[in-house]
Design a protein around this ligand. Structure first.
Ligand SMILES: [Fe+2]
Ligand SMILES: [Fe+2]
Length: 264
C-alpha cells in the first residue's frame, strides 16, 4: 500500500503556528509522502512561509508542494519557495520528483496552474493583450504539467496543482467564479500524459471527489473541503509481468485511490 497524504490551502501566518504543529504531528506515521496543493501562506510574505517551514521541518516523510495564488500576492514567490526548500520541501513548478516508498514508487508532477474556465464557458487567447496573457499563462502551465507527467516512470503518478482541472470539484462555489478557479486545459494535459490521481486546492467551498474526462480521479484537498488536517489516499499496486519490449515501463499498476482516513 502506498499512502499519500494531501492537503491544500494551509494559509500559514503568525496565528497558525500551534495549529499546524498539532495538525502535522502524526503525518509521518500515517503516510509515505505529504503533498501540499498551494496557498501555503495567507498573503505570500516570507514571515508567513517561515511559520510553515518551521512546522514542516518536523515532518520526516518527503514533502512535495506547489505554490498557490496567495503565495504570489507579495510578488515574492521565489523567496517563499526557497524558505521551504531550506527545510527539505520539494517545491515544484513544471517539474517532477520521484519518491520511493515501501509500497512502490510515487511520481509527482507539480504546477500552480491558473484559471480560464471550462468547456463551454472558457476564456480564449483573443482580444486585449491582458486577456491573451491570461489564457497564455494557463496554456503554458498546462503544457509544463503535461511534460512533467510524461517524464515519470513510477508505480503511481500524481498531478499536483493549486487550480482545479475540472468543474466537478468546484461544486459549492458560485458558478460565476469558476473561470477564476481553474481550467479544463489542466485536465487535458493530465489525460494526454496519464496519471493515477490529481490533487488540487484553491476552491475552499468546493467538493472533494471528481474525475477528468479521461477517467483520472481528482481530489480537491482544500482544508476547508476535507475538514481535517489532511486526507490520506491509499493505492494498492498490482504487480504485472515486465515485458522485454517495455523495459523502463512501470512494473506495477495503480488502482483507484482509497481514502484511508475518514475521521473528521
Ligand atoms: Fe486558498
Ligand atoms: Fe487559492
Amino acid at each position: 500500500m502506498i499512502r499519500i497524504a494531501a492537503v491544500g490551502d494551509l494559509h500559514a501566518g503568525s496565528d497558525t503556528a500551534d495549529v499546524l504543529r498539532d495538525q502535522l504531528a502524526e503525518v509521518s506515521q500515517k503516510a509515505d509522502v505529504l503533498l501540499i496543493a498551494g496557498d501555503l501562506t495567507k498573503s505570500g510574505r516570507p514571515q508567513e512561509a517561515r511559520v510553515l517551514a518551521r512546522e514542516l521541518g518536523h515532518v520526516s516523510v518527503p514533502v512535495v508542494a506547489v505554490l498557490g495564488n496567495h503565495d504570489h500576492h507579495a510578488d515574492r514567490p521565489e523567496e517563499i519557495a526557497s524558505l521551504l526548500r531550506d527545510v527539505g520541501v520539494a517545491v515544484l513548478e513544471g517539474q517532477s520528483i520521484k519518491v520511493d516508498t515501501a509500497g512502490g514508487s510515487v511520481g509527482v508532477a507539480g504546477v500552480k496552474g491558473f484559471g480560464g474556465g471550462f468547456a463551454g464557458a472558457s476564456g480564449a487567447e483573443f482580444g486585449e493583450p491582458e486577456m491573451k496573457a491570461f489564457i497564455r499563462h494557463t496554456k503554458e502551465r498546462s503544457e509544463a504539467l503535461g511534460s512533467a507527467l510524461a517524464s515519470l516512470q513510477t508505480d503511481v503518478r500524481v498531478a499536483l496543482m493549486h487550480y482545479a482541472p475540472i468543474r466537478e470539484t468546484l461544486q459549492g462555489e458560485p458558478p460565476e467564479i469558476f473561470p477564476f478557479l481553474g481550467s479544463y486545459l489542466l485536465a487535458e494535459a493530465v489525460d494526454r500524459s496519464g496519471a493515477d490521481l490529481v490533487i488540487h486546492g484553491h476552491a475552499h467551498r468546493g467538493t472533494e471527489h471528481g474525475v477528468t474526462p479521461g477517467g483520472v480521479n481528482v481530489r480537491n484537498v482544500a482544508q476547508t473541503v476535507i475538514r481535517q488536517a489532511y486526507a490520506v489516499y491509499g493505492f494498492e499496486t498490482a504487480t504485472r509481468r515486465r515485458e522485454p519490449a517495455t523495459s523502463g515501463a512501470p512494473t506495477a499498476r495503480a488502482v483507484a485511490p482509497t481514502r484511508t482516513n475518514t475521521d473528521r
